[in-house]
Write a protein that binds this ligand. Sequence first.
Ligand code: AMP
Length: 197
Amino acid sequence: MADFTSRNGGRPRRLVLIGPPGSGKGTQAQILADQLGVPAISTGEMLRAAVAAGSDLGKRVRRQMSGGGLVDDPTMAELVRERLARPDAAEGFLLDGYPRTEGQAATLEEILAGRGQSLDGALLIEVPEEELEQRMAGRGREDDDQGVARARLEVYRETNPRLVGYYQRQGLLREVDGHQPIERVTLDILAALGEAR
Ligand code: AMP
C-alpha cells in the first residue's frame, strides 16, 4: 500500500464510513478494521444492543429507531464521545454510521479536537438506488421491513449531500464504487486510502 500522508502521522487510522443503508458498509467496516488494526465502531449496533438490553439509553432510543428515523444529536454525541474515549480507540477507529449529518460531522470534529486529534478520511461507498432496495429487502433485519427500509433510505437522501459536501470541502472525502464484489470494494477502499492527500 502506498504511503498515505495522514494528518496524524503514519497510516490513516481515524476514518468514517459513509453509505446508504444496504451499501455493505458494516461488512466493509469489519474487514477494514481487521486490516488497519483499529476497532470498527457501529453506532447502529451499539443502539440495537442498548435496546435489546433494555437499558435507559435503549428505552430512550427505541421509538426514535423503530420508524427508521434518526436518534437525537445530543444522545448520539454522548454515545460517540464515550466510545472514542475508550482505550482501544486511542490510536484509531473506523466509524460506521456516524456521522450521518453535517451537524454530527461538526460534533465529531469537536470531540476529536478535544482529544488533540483529527479525522484522516471519510469513505463514501456508493451504490445505485435499485440495487439498495433489493439488498434491503433481502436482509431481513427487524427494522428492514419495506416501509422502514424506505424511510431509512429517505433520511439518507435528505441528509447525505450536506454531509458529503462537508468532507469534500475538507479534502477528506474518498469515493468508492460499492456495486462490486465485497473483496473488490475492500481493495478499492484500501487503494483510496493509499492516495496521497
Ligand atoms: P445503522 O445500523 O447504522 O443503519 O443504524 C440503525 C439505526 O440506528 C438508524 O436507523 C438510526 O435510527 C440509529 N442511528 C445509528 N447511527 C445514528 C446516527 N449517527 N444518528 C442518528 N441515529 C443513528
